[in-house]
Design a protein around this ligand. Structure first.
Ligand code: CIR
Length: 260
């Protein structure tokens, strides 16, 4: 399941109104735009082709987080149903841009709730976070879509202090690896993938296990130098990027792009 394409969305001028669990300070809009541009440059540097560059919608302050309104399963696009009313509408806009790239489009429907940030898709399994944003009805709907496509599904109960599963784990198809925080590592004990644990702390380093890779090149968050050290030790060429402004509104790196 090698992925070559990415879709991203530029941060709008209302990004400072993005939802957040704790107050981690004001988002500096200009800096957020600079960080996003740099992130997109590095995505290209490591080998992704950014096929869609959507402009922002200031009526949807969190719309930069394109990971959440969809789940991609091979040539099936699943449009999700976002939990927070403030974010509803993002899925329609994303679907317009993505639909031409997929043969099959499915939807999570009312009353189900699923956010893409809660769905870790490996070659064989969907790990789905049961969280404040993804509920059991949504998990059942998504499982009914994924299982006929050949995926196993496994639910992971997300610790209360986290927003989305993928803030804690990411999958790296080209190297068949899962990076995870130590506390979620036991969930992957039967996984076919290599597991790399990245210790995180509850301050800015909380998204250390959320990395994006292509082949042997991997992007880490510069706030977690431990991730850089550990992943270099496994032979990855590491590209740290600073995403402090997105972290303030609970966005990890993978939230900023959708890959297919
Ligand atoms: C939200 O609360 O919905 C946004 N401020 C952050 C979404 C982050 N998305 C992700 O982790 N996949």
């Amino acid at each position: 399941m090698s992925q070559n394409f990415a879709i991203v969305r530029t941060p709008g001028k209302t990004i400072n109104r993005g939802l957040r669990i704790f107050d981690r300070g004001e988002v500096d809009v200009d800096l957020a735009r600079e960080q996003h541009e740099k992130f997109c440059r590095v995505l290209k540097d490591i080998g992704y082709n950014i096929v869609v560059w959507m402009s922002s919608n200031d009526g949807l302050p969190d719309s930069v987080f394109v990971e959440d309104p969809a789940v991609i399963l091979g040539d099936t696009l699943v449009m999700t149903r976002l939990a927070r009313p403030e974010r509803r509408g993002e899925e329609k806009e994303l679907e317009k841009e993505l639909q031409m790239h997929f043969q099959n489009i499915q939807r999570i429907t009312d009353p189900g709730l699923v956010e893409g940030g809660d769905v870790l898709v490996t070659d064989d399994t969907l790990y789905i976070g049961l969280s404040k944003r993804t509920d059991i009805v949504g998990i059942n709907q998504l499982s009914r879509i994924a299982e006929p496509l050949g995926y196993n599904t496994k639910t992971i109960i997300l610790p209360d202090d986290r927003l989305h599963l993928k803030g804690e784990v990411t999958y790296h198809p080209d190297t068949n690896t899962i990076t995870t925080t130590p506390r979620l590592a036991p969930e992957f004990k039967n996984a076919q993938q290599r597991i790399i644990e990245i210790p995180v702390d509850d301050g800015l380093g909380r998204f250390g296990a959320n990395c994006i890779s292509k082949g042997n090149k991997i992007i880490t968050t510069s706030e977690c130098p431990m991730a850089e050290k550990i992943l270099s030790g496994y032979g990855y060429e590491v590209f740290p990027v600073d995403l402090s402004e997105f972290n303030k509104i609970d966005g990890a790196m993978s939230c900023l792009a959708k890959f297919f």
